[in-house]
Unconditional design. Structure first.
Length: 703
């Protein structure tokens, strides 16, 4: 008994569930519409031409199908209600499509769906039109193709079609496939070159080329029998396909990536072979709109002063629905402090103040209200604002100190009377102005912290005062001076790199030109070397006194070898002096040699210079040579020797020739070496010295 009862109970529950399901389904209905029949559609080909006879639409072409639809006033629409969309005769959908219909605010009011190969689609409405009962209308556009194949023929050279090959997670196409076919009758063409041009937003995918050889049947369908591989050359969006040994029909496909795809769009492609050009088109997506005027109730908001209850104009509000979506913005109270809205669908709403009237504080509290379905009553709401203390405003205008042209880009800080920074980074605009309001009464300063480009920073603050109760904006002005460029005089001689010195510099006598080096002074004129004076004439030798008996003289050292710079050739060895015929008697002085004799000066030799050797080729006598017998120094680049062969102070500058028979030893004869009387020998020596001195003096005079 109990089991029978449970079975009956379960049956009743199942029936109830079925009735609820049937009842819920029965609520969705196909609503009456206009403009969505096939005959209402406007059909255009890819070139924008209107197709009047839609039965001729080709299955190989794409067409734009458009509708303008509407719903009669008074027809209520619930979520889930549908409208049927019919394609024109001869048309069909090439691919699946699902897209939204949106109103002017971007809110979706329904969805259109159609499947590939079908001739009808469906609009499914949501609850957006639940409270809209008038002026509901919209548009619908999408792509379709024809259903006719036309006469099958094979008198074409090359053909081109395409389709969507890939989509993203939102159903938006990301890739297309292009199909190029040629040589439908299988002629022996040998080498075939096909030039293909990709349209905008397409990028060729390398390695995607696949080409088949085959034949066409009588219905125009291609039957593949093999493959053929072309050579592919890409130059930007230009593709060149080269096929070798073509003797069958060829059907080639390749893919291209789409750039910046959208919900709806199209791309094109052009192929050329043997002077014949064809183009293909790939389309996708569509667009739909829907709009309606709301019915329902009205609302009126009144804005007042919280203390005086005076109406306040200029308060700005936005309207928000129960879902938090903003329905309307920039709703402003009029001179009576009011704003009114009607045709609001039933539901709960909120007014939110976005800008308070001048002199009042913004009220952040939302103002809720509700529109009751089928109610004609107006919802009245009120909001009061509190007055805020009066504040003032200031406007600064920045100009050039000379031309008075306005200057943008000057940066200021607002500081209080105590110098504290209140607002930083205030910049003058294109009109050279900066404006501040809501300033409490008091004293302020605007201090420039960055001058406009090309100008010097102004160091003087701009002071102003906001007076309590005053309503006028305080206007202040400031000027800047251009930074000097290429000054003719340095502004600060002590520190020329600091043009901002306040000190007045002294004018330099002659500013330097840094681009040119200082001109060197003229070199001094070398002085002429002084001409050596005439050597003094040696005094006459006095009469020698009777000398005492001389001691035995030391053997003189070997004479040094003279240097002879610039002397042509080595001098020949001087000849041997003559030998005395009588022992002890000095020999006669040697006769002077003629000019040119080896070892002698080029000047003629006077008597008394016999035996002088090692003389410079060109004697250069200086004042230091006035002392006969002194070794001469180098003067004016010439080297000179001594002018006498007589040793002085035990030294000689040149080799000398002896003046006696003992020339080979280089020393005077001794008393114990000959029978000559010492007095006679001494007198001979003295005479020889005197003659030698006279010779030197005569030579110098001659020189």
């Amino acid at each position: 008994m109990r089991s029978k009862f449970m079975a009956v109970l379960l049956g009743l529950v199942a029936c109830l569930a079925l009735l609820l399901t049937i009842g819920g389904t029965a609520q969705a209905k196909v609503i009456e519409t206009s403009g969505l029949n096939g005959s209402d559609a406007t059909v255009k080909d890819r070139y924008g031409n209107v197709i009047t006879d839609t039965t001729t639409m080709s299955k190989w072409s794409n067409y734009d199908v458009g509708y303008n639809w509407s719903i009669p006033d008074g027809v209520k629409i619930q979520a889930g209600d549908t409208a049927i969309v019919q394609l024109p005769e001869g048309g069909m959908k090439a691919s699946d499509l699902t897209m939204p219909l949106v109103d002017s605010t971007g809110q979706t009011i329904g969805t259109f769906t159609i499947k590939a190969g079908e001739t009808t689609g469906t609009i499914t409405f949501n609850d957006a039109f639940t409270h809209n009962t008038t002026n509901r209308k919209g548009t619908l556009n999408f792509y379709a193709k024809g259903s006719t194949t036309g006469d099958v023929h094979f008198n074409w050279t090359v053909n081109k079609v395409g389709w969507v090959a890939g989509r993203d997670e939102n159903g938006i196409p990301t890739e297309v496939t292009w199909n190029v076919a040629f040589n439908p009758t299988g002629k022996d063409l040998g080498t075939v070159v096909v030039h293909d041009t990709l349209g905008p937003k397409q990028t060729f995918i390398s390695g995607s080329v696949v080409a088949h050889t085959g034949t066409y049947d009588q219905n125009g369908h291609f039957n593949a029998t093999g493959t053929i591989t072309p050579t592919v050359v890409q130059n930007g969006n230009e593709l060149t396909f080269t096929f070798e040994n073509v003797n069958t029909a060829v059907n080639m496909v390749y893919n291209a990536k789409l750039g910046n795809p959208a919900d709806s769009g199209e791309v094109v492609n052009t192929a050329t072979m043997n002077g014949s050009t064809v183009s293909g088109q790939v389309t996708w997506g569509g667009s739909g709109t829907g709009q309606g005027d709301p019915s329902g109730g009205s609302v009126k908001l009144t804005k007042t002063d919280a203390t005086t209850l005076q109406a306040l104009a200029g308060a700005v509000f936005k309207l928000v629905d129960s879902k938090g979506e903003v329905i309307k913005t920039d709703l402003t109270t009029d001179a009576k402090g009011q704003l009114a809205l009607d045709k609001l669908a039933p539901g709960k709403y909120t007014f939110v103040e976005t800008k308070a009237p001048d002199g009042y504080a913004l009220n952040p509290e939302p103002i809720p209200f509700e529109i009751i379905e089928d109610s004609t009553a107006v919802a009245n709401v009120e909001l009061a604002d509190k007055e805020v203390p009066h504040t003032g405003a200031v406007t600064l205008t920045k100009t050039d100190s000379t031309s008075h042209q306005v200057l943008a880009g000057a940066v200021y800080e607002l500081r209080g009377s105590d110098g504290d920074v209140l607002i930083p980074n205030l910049m003058t605009n294109a009109e050279g102005q900066l404006h501040l309001d809501n300033l409490a009464p008091g004293k302020y300063q605007l201090v420039e912290v960055k001058a406009p480009d090309g100008y010097e920073l102004a160091t003087e603050p701009v002071s102003f005062t906001i007076v309590s109760g005053a309503t006028a904006t305080v206007n202040v002005a400031a000027t800047d001076t251009k930074t000097p460029t290429n000054p003719s005089e340095p502004e600060n001689p002590e520190n020329p790199e600091n043009p901002e010195n306040p000190e007045e510099p002294e004018k330099p006598t002659e500013p330097e030109n840094p681009s040119e080096p200082e001109k060197p002074g003229e070199p001094g004129t070398p002085t002429e070397p002084s001409t050596p004076g005439e050597p003094e004439k040696p005094g006459e030798p006095g009469t020698p006194t009777e000398p005492g008996k001389p001691g035995k003289p030391e053997k003189p050292g070997e004479p040094g070898t003279s240097t002879e710079p610039g002397k042509p050739g080595e001098p020949e060895k001087p000849g041997e002096p003559g030998t005395s015929t009588e022992p002890g008697k000095p020999s006669e002085p040697a006769q002077p040699t003629h000019p040119g004799t080896t070892g002698q000066s080029d000047q003629p030799v006077t008597p008394g210079q016999s035996g002088t050797t090692g003389r410079s080729t060109t004697p250069a006598v200086t004042p230091s040579q006035a002392n006969p017998g002194t070794t001469n120094a180098t003067t004016a680049g010439s080297t000179t020797g001594t002018t006498s062969g007589i040793p002085v102070n035990g030294t000689t500058g040149h080799s000398t020739a002896a003046t006696s028979s003992n020339a080979t030893t280089g020393r005077l004869p001794q008393t114990d070496e000959s029978g000559t009387h010492p007095i006679v020998a001494l007198i001979g020596t003295i005479l020889l010295v005197i003659l030698s001195g006279l010779g030197r003096w005569a030579w110098r005079r001659q020189a």
